[in-house]
Write a protein that binds this ligand. Structure first.
Ligand code: SAM
Length: 233
């Protein structure tokens, strides 16, 4: 069984979108992962296929109804489905490479895409949805956020990235941002490739990359740097 993503959305037509391109799309074609989308309106029971209602207590916007979303979740992921149930939300726990790796090592994920003002809290609680944020900004809906999460996970699945595109050295994998990259030409607009990279001394190259990664992390991400120093004093 390959890693399975089930997405509950009001806009199923936007999938796979960018997930159909390049290595992620190839993984979909070769069966390294699978994607099924579920149209939330299919679970509405009135003739207008209503999925939202006005917020209790008043205020702007509309709220996704708990009964409709619960019916969708129960259909897509019955009680014995072992996959984590996620809901994309700016209030959620920020997504990290660590969580991405955990998700990639599991059987898949059920991903709910929010819309409008939000989702009735009772269905989040009743179905144990894990709220996941992709950053401290507000999108119009959860679809792009779900794609971000899925792309980050799928590229870690076995057989998705070729040997040329290993992820072991990448930003966050060692708790550091990645070192800078260079390629030919040797001189670009009077800027040379750092001499150490063309010295042929692999030990020196490794040490230079490491010091660049540490300096970048300390300068740009004091939060990551502090955590890195805590774990590897
Ligand atoms: N009223 C909500 C708030 O202030 O937290 C924002 C709702 S937003 C307009 C509609 C949907 O977009 C959310 O339910 C969520 O699914 C998605 N969304 C928006 N920003 C997001 C983010 N940073 N991370 C993950 N999902 C996001």
């Amino acid at each position: 069984m390959s890693w399975r993503a089930s997405v509950i959305t009001l806009f199923p037509d936007v999938f796979p979108g960018p997930l159909g391109a390049s290595v992620i799309g190839r993984g979909l074609e070769t069966g390294a992962w699978s994607l099924d989308t579920h149209f939330l309106r299919d679970y509405a029971h009135d003739k207008h296929r209503t999925v939202d209602d006005t917020p209790a207590g008043g205020g702007a916007g509309m709220v996704l109804k708990p009964d409709i979303l619960a019916a969708a979740i129960d259909d897509v992921a019955p009680a014995d489905d072992p996959r984590p149930k996620l809901v994309m939300s700016p209030r959620g726990v920020p997504l990290t490479q660590k969580r991405v790796r955990e998700l990639a090592s599991g059987p898949g994920a059920v991903v709910v895409c929010g819309r409008f003002e939000g989702i009735d809290q009772r269905v989040i609680d009743a179905r144990g949805l894990e709220e996941v944020s992709i950053g401290d900004y507000v999108l119009a809906g959860g679809e792009v956020a779900a794609m971000v999460l899925l792309e980050a996970v799928v590229r870690l699945l076995p057989g998705v990235l070729g040997a040329q595109e290993s992820h072991e050295d990448e930003s966050f994998e060692a708790g550091l941002l990645e070192y800078p990259h260079y390629t030919r030409p040797q001189v670009f607009e009077d800027r040379e490739i750092p001499a150490v990279l063309t010295s042929g001394d692999h030990g020196k190259v490794e040490r230079w990359r490491r010091s660049q990664a540490e300096a970048l992390t300390a300068a740009r991400r004091p939060d990551l740097w502090a955590e890195f120093k805590r774990e590897k004093p």
